[in-house]
Write a protein that binds this ligand. Structure first.
Ligand code: S3P
Length: 442
């Protein structure tokens, strides 16, 4: 993984046609990061089936290898083996930890490392990551006695961590962020005394589920599971993990199946954790044809197959504070869907999107407007006027993987072909996206 962005390729995108068939999206990115991190500090072997073989989890694995953890190569279709070193076994690295483009890697690493007494760590990432706010993690960790330094008073990488003896605390987080919550929970495992995190809204709960499965002393309470407590002193035990398909990657096909005339797409083996299914709730309010079947539990997470079929008339939607944490990564593709709805869609309370891999509100407005969409941008959201005909043109991912894939779907419903610059950034979360698109095309 290099710290400069190497995704400079452009792709010609042919408009028209329909998409049909079955597709399996790669493993859930959030669960993949956690499997690597928790496996690394467990005792004994952890095996992971379906781990996402994409750039972001590869960044997490390479940081963990620098900390002395043996992890087998991450390749499509291979079970990954992690030889856990136990809660106290990470070594001081001789190199800088490169988190690439991955905010989850950097934020969770901070939680993992702050309590490693007398050890020193330096973390950096690509240009996008070096401009993403890290104080939201550094500040709560400071309440536990941690020391994180960086540019702009600790907000921006490169960051340095001098490991300290840390103590438990009761910490209210200002934003509902699973990355912040998970960083605190990771730090809590090595702290003196217990820690409670209180979130303003319930963010994705993969860390809670998986830490419990590894044997951590963790309790979830409060309204909607917003209070999470960890007591240290219990070692984690290596597990066999099966990672479900990522609903955030499935979202591109679910929307494509719904808005491209004549389409019908079944996405198999998709994670249906209720903290992630906001996209399905919104699609149902739009009147989309969504069918979920074959529902089952796999390694502590609900999973199912989802079929999305074209619907001639979709209703506009409203997305606000209550649902944002459950679909935060799906707003770029929902913005594309909004262009096809019969009326005006409103996205509010979404200022978090401005600090993702790019400023996703600004980028989606800019790129879709280039294609003819009618969008108003607000400080915390977008107003999108539906039934505006999009036309094919030169568009740009602006280095954001989810923007690249959302624009690819937009190009399919446009009049005329498009050229998408920096298209291969999709490899950050979905390396086979273009292959799967070819496979579904008819
Ligand atoms: C993630 C949490 C979300 C999400 C990101 C992955 C995680 O970020 O946008 O893609 O794995 O914890 P925030 O925690 O910043 O909301």
């Amino acid at each position: 993984m290099s710290s400069t962005n190497s995704h400079s390729s452009s792709r010609k995108l042919k408009a028209g046609g329909s998409l049909a068939g079955k597709v399996q999206v790669p493993g859930d990115k959030s669960i993949s990061h956690r499997a690597l991190l928790f496996g690394a500090i467990a005792e004994g072997l952890t095996t992971v089936e379906g781990l996402l073989p994409a750039e972001d989890p590869i960044s997490t694995a390479s940081c963990l290898r620098s900390l002395g953890v043996h992890i087998s190569p991450i390749q499509k279709g291979q079970i990954v083996q992690i030889e856990g070193v136990g809660l106290d076994g990470l070594k001081e690295p001789t190199e800088i930890l490169d988190c690439g483009n991955s905010g989850t890697t950097m934020r969770l690493m901070l939680g993992l490392l702050v309590g490693r007494e007398a050890k020193h760590f330096v973390l950096t990432g690509d240009q996008s990551l070096r401009n993403r706010p890290m104080k939201r993690v550094g500040q709560p960790l400071k309440l536990m006695g941690a020391q994180v330094r960086g540019r702009s008073n600790g907000n921006f990488a490169p960051l340095s961590v001098l490991g300290q003896k840390i103590h438990g605390a009761v910490i209210g987080t200002p934003v509902a962020s699973a990355q912040v919550k998970s960083a605190i929970l990771l730090a809590a495992l090595n702290a003196e005394g217990s820690t409670t995190v209180i979130e303003p809204a319930h963010s994705r709960d993969h860390s809670e589920r998986m830490l419990k499965a590894f044997g951590a002393n963790l309790e979830v309470g409060g309204e909607m599971g917003r209070h999470i407590s960890v007591s240290p002193g219990v070692s984690l035990k290596g597990q066999s993990i099966v990672v479900p398909g990522d609903i955030s990657s499935a979202a591109f096909w679910l929307i494509a199946g719904s808005i491209i005339p004549g389409s019908e797409i079944t996405v198999e083996n998709v994670g249906l954790n209720p903290t992630r299914t906001g996209i399905i709730e919104i699609m149902k309010t739009m009147g989309a044809s969504i069918e979920i079947f074959n529902q089952r539990q796999v390694a502590g997470e609900p999973v199912g197959d989802i079929k999305a079929s074209y619907v001639n008339q979709l209703m506009p939607f409203k997305i606000g504070a209550d649902i944002i944490p459950r679909l935060v990564d799906e707003i770029p593709i929902l913005s594309v869907a909004a262009c096809c709805c019969d009326g005006v869609s409103h996205i509010t309370n979404a200022s978090e999107l401005r600090v993702k891999e790019t400023d996703r509100l600004a980028v989606m407005k800019r790129q879709l407007t280039t294609m003819g969409a009618k969008i108003e941008e607000h400080s915390d959201g977008l107003t999108i006027y539906g039934k505006t005909k999009l036309f094919g043109t030169n568009i740009d991912s602006e280095t954001d993987h989810r923007v690249a894939m959302s624009l690819a779907v937009a190009s399919l419903i446009a009049n005329g072909d498009s050229t998408l610059s920096r298209a291969d950034v999709s490899a950050v979360s979905y390396p086979d996206f273009w292959k799967d698109l070819d496979h579904l095309r008819h």
